[in-house]
Design a protein around this ligand. Structure first.
Ligand code: CP
Length: 321
C-alpha cells in the first residue's frame, strides 16, 4: 500500500491506495471507493491547479466504441493534472490490420505511455491484459460488464446532493441487461450502504441480478416509492439482437421518467449517464428541469477522473514506474 504522492493529494486525504489499475468497482473496498470520492471532492473549485502533479505522465485512449463524455472528460482531467495526451485514434490504427489489443498496448508502453483508458465492446477484456503490462489500465466501459468511473461520478453527485450515500434508496430504471453503468452502480452503491432497486421490463433485466444485492421491480411507480434518486438508463437499441421491447411508445408509457410520474416525489433527484434518448426513457422537461443533476454529473466526472489518475499515479511513483 502506498501513500499519495503529491502535496496536493496528501493534503486532500490520508487514505492509502494499493492498485495499479482500475478495472471495476466489484473488487474495490468501501474505503477505496471513498478515497476516490474524497479526493475528487478536494479538486472541486481547484481549477487551475497551482501545480501540475502528473506532468511526467502520458495517457492514451484505446476506444473501440464511440464516446462523448467519458473520453472528453478523461482528456480534460488528464490535462488539468499536467499529463500529455497521445492523439491515438483506434479507428486509424493497426488494430484494423489485426494487431491485438495487447500488442498495441506493449508498443505504446514502449513509447512511454503510463495510462491506457480503454473502452471496448467485450465484457472483461481488461482483466487478462492488466497483469501483462506495467502501464495502468483504466476501464472506460467494457461491454455490459463495468463502467467504474461513471458509477463513481454518479455516486459523487448523489453524495454531494444528499450529503450521504448510506441508507439512500436508488432506483436504476431501463435497459439493465446491456448496462455496464447499472452493474458498476450496484457494486459501488451497495458497498457504501445504499439500497438499490433495478426496474424495467422483464426482457431487459437479466436473470439472477438480485444476487448482486439489489431488489428487482417491473413497476416504476411502485419502485419510486420512498426513493431518493432515480438513475435513468438509455435504451440501448443498438445492442439488442432482437426486439426486447414491444414499442418505444409502450416503453415510455411504462418506464419513461416524466414530470407527471415524479410529481409525488418532490425530493427525488434524477440522474442519467448519457447519451439520452429524449422522449424514449426521459422527457425533456425532466432532463432539463430543476431536479435533474445530469450536467452536474458531467462536471463531477472530471473531478472523479482526476482523482482516479492521481491515485494510480501515486501507486506508480511508489513502485518505481
Ligand atoms: N456515460 C458515458 O459513458 O457517455 P459516453 O458514451 O459519451 O462516454
Amino acid at each position: 500500500m502506498t501513500r499519495l504522492s503529491t502535496t496536493t493529494q496528501e493534503a486532500a486525504t490520508a487514505t492509502e491506495w494499493g492498485r495499479k489499475d482500475l478495472l471495476g468497482l466489484e473488487d474495490l473496498s468501501a474505503a477505496e471507493i471513498e478515497s476516490i470520492l474524497d479526493l475528487a471532492a478536494s479538486f472541486k473549485g481547484s481549477h487551475p491547479l497551482s501545480e501540475a502533479p502528473l506532468k511526467r505522465r502520458t495517457v492514451a485512449f484505446l476506444f473501440t466504441e464511440p464516446s462523448t463524455r467519458t473520453r472528453s472528460s478523461f482528456e480534460v482531467a488528464a490535462r488539468r493534472l499536467g499529463c500529455e495526451v497521445l492523439g491515438f485514434q483506434t479507428a486509424a490504427s493497426s488494430l484494423l490490420k489485426g494487431e491485438s489489443l495487447l500488442d498495441t498496448i506493449w508498443n505504446l508502453e514502449a513509447m512511454g505511455i503510463d495510462f491506457f483508458l480503454i473502452r471496448h465492446e467485450h465484457s472483461g477484456v481488461l482483466e487478462p491484459l492488466a497483469p501483462q503490462t506495467k502501464a495502468s489500465l483504466i476501464n472506460a466501459g467494457d461491454g455490459a460488464h463495468e463502467h467504474p468511473t461513471q458509477a463513481l461520478l454518479d455516486m459523487f453527485t448523489l453524495r454531494e446532493k444528499k450529503g450521504k450515500l448510506k441508507g439512500l434508496k436508488v432506483v436504476i430504471v431501463g435497459d439493465i441487461t446491456h448496462s455496464r453503468v447499472a452493474r458498476s452502480n450496484i457494486h459501488g452503491l451497495k458497498k457504501l450502504g445504499a439500497k438499490v432497486t433495478v426496474c424495467g421490463p422483464a426482457a431487459l433485466i437479466p436473470k439472477g441480478i438480485e444476487k448482486l444485492g439489489c431488489a428487482v421491480s417491473h413497476d416504476l411507480d411502485r419502485a419510486l416509492e420512498g426513493a431518493d434518486a432515480v438513475n435513468v438508463l438509455r435504451l440501448q437499441l443498438e445492442r439488442q439482437k432482437q426486439n426486447l421491447v414491444t414499442s418505444v411508445g409502450d416503453y415510455y408509457q411504462a418506464f419513461g421518467v416524466d414530470g407527471a410520474r415524479l410529481e409525488a416525489h418532490p425530493d427525488l433527484i434524477v440522474l442519467h449517464p448519457g447519451p439520452m434518448n429524449r422522449g424514449v426513457e426521459i422527457s425533456s422537461a425532466v432532463a432539463d428541469g430543476p431536479r435533474s443533476a445530469i450536467l452536474e454529473q458531467v462536471s463531477n466526472g472530471v473531478l472523479v477522473r482526476m482523482a482516479v489518475l492521481s491515485l494510480l499515479d501515486s501507486w506508480r511513483t511508489a513502485n518505481g514506474r
